[in-house]
Design a protein around this ligand. Structure first.
Ligand code: 3HC
Length: 394
């Protein structure tokens, strides 16, 4: 396996990926454009490792050893030298990523695997600027990488089986589980579903159908997601979700970014990291917004989740992933209490299709129910109530 790896980009995801790799014995070169960003990244890694020591998950000696395995540098050449695996985690800008991949291609051993942690940009296009598209692959971690159990592997058009196998072996050494997104579709599996869900929450608030706290309360206390959707947006970064959403929208219209997100993004209200997002923060990394449980009944979950189920149906119908892997993706990548297809079966496919039809008549074609959902209704595969939906029930 790889002894030394490089992580390019020391932001929210990059520092977390470096932390996970170092915790699992890898020497990691963490690279970014300024010493200040790198100092900040090490501070966050240290904070996270100390949290683990406090919780008894890590010893003090291991903390020191882990930190010692992380070297920081502003030189891409230094990071790339002798690394057989490089994971890029720079901001979601296709031209920026292509520039970095082109440089990496010229400065690394021809066998080096070039991975990207992009959340929605096309792997094949990033690979196209290199002389080794077979060794370019999506290695998509979830925030916080140190806690979230999933890594989503995304194949570009030319990614080789050998590259996939090597990366899977690496992922397993990190103690992570994986799903494979078979096609290079916008948003891949998890973010295509997540963006449909989060943007719908924001559309509902924008249209005045419910308040932000009502949506977050319903999602957290009734759907039992670990965080409200606005809380999660602040946590992941409104800038990150805005860019990923826009990339999906521009590529195939799989989501439509809401004006609410646009407004927050343009104002620089990125969430936790900027002190203000949908909630406000004092700077304590451990801080959580207060979401009143008594508001949980003010909005129907089907209204919030129907577009995400539609996105899931699109992924299944297009053979991007199968149903078990799709549900595994949201359980391990987003900490859902159960799969979104299992939830859909409980709500009823006919109910969800009806919700989509009403939204379509009011707000347009984006809400057109996927053909798969329409066929399920026509075939009485309505979910738990008819004992057949995405799954069979006895
Ligand atoms: N470092 C170390 N430990 C951490 C940590 C960190 N960064 N964050 C959380 N923890 C630990 C805590 O110490 C705690 O440990 P314990 O169980 O021993 O007490 C445990 O994790 C749970 O933390 P908390 O009790 O503080 O808080 P929660 O129970 O709310 O869990 C969470 C935090 C795991 C982040 C949970 O809220 C969650 O799962 N949220 C959803 C996260 C999610 O969906 N991520 C994916 C976003 S999409 C994405 O990243 C893709 C990108 O492309 C956009």
């Amino acid at each position: 396996m790889f002894e030394k790896i490089a992580v390019v980009g020391a932001g929210t995801m990059g520092h977390g990926i470096a932390e996970v790799a170092a915790l699992n014995g890898y020497v990691v070169f963490l690279c970014d454009i300024s010493e200040e960003i790198l100092r900040e990244a090490i501070k966050k890694i240290e904070w996270s490792l100390r949290k683990m020591v406090e919780k008894g998950k890590l010893g003090n000696e291991e903390l020191t050893l882990t930190l010692n395995r992380i070297r920081t540098t502003t030189s891409l050449e230094e990071a790339a030298k002798d690394s057989k695996l490089i994971i890029e985690a720079v901001p979601e800008n296709l031209e920026l990523k292509k520039g970095i991949f082109s440089r990496l291609d010229g400065m690394t051993h021809p066998e080096t695997i070039l991975g990207t942690n992009t959340s929605s940009l096309p792997i094949s296009e990033i690979a196209s600027v290199t002389s080794r598209p077979d060794k370019v692959i999506g290695i998509h971690f979830f925030n916080p990488p140190v806690i979230m159990p999933l890594v989503e592997i995304v194949c570009g058009d030319k990614t080789s089986k050998q590259t996939v196998d090597s990366v899977l072996t690496f992922i397993k050494t990190l103690g992570k589980q994986f799903i494979i997104c078979r096609k290079d579709v916008p948003g891949f599996v998890v973010n295509r579903i997540l963006e449909a869900l989060i943007q719908e929450a924001a559309w509902i608030v924008h249209r005045g159908e419910a308040s932000m706290l009502e949506v977050d309360s319903a999602v957290k206390y009734r759907a039992k997601l670990p965080m409200g959707l606005f809380e999660l947006s602040d946590y992941v970064g409104i800038d990150v979700l805005y860019s990923a959403g826009k990339a999906i929208q521009d590529r195939d219209g799989g989501v439509i970014v809401s004006p609410l997100f646009e407004e927050y993004y343009k104002n620089g209200w990125y969430g936790k990291k900027s002190g203000k997002g949908f909630y406000t923060y004092t700077g304590d990394l451990w801080e959580k917004p207060k979401i009143p449980p008594e508001l949980a009944d003010k909005v129907n979950l089907e209204e919030i989740f129907a577009p995400a189920v539609n996105a899931a149906a699109w992924l299944l119908r297009n053979n991007v992933v199968d149903k078990e892997e799709l549900d595994k993706a949201v359980i391990l990548g987003l900490n859902f209490p159960e799969g979104i297809l299992q939830m859909a079966d409980k709500w009823g496919i006919d109910t969800l299709v009806q919700v989509l039809k009403i939204k379509r008549s009011k707000y347009g074609e984006y809400y057109k129910p996927d053909q798969l959902l329409e066929e399920m209704v026509a075939n009485n595969r309505l979910g738990v109530k008819t004992r057949r939906g995405f799954y069979e029930y006895v």
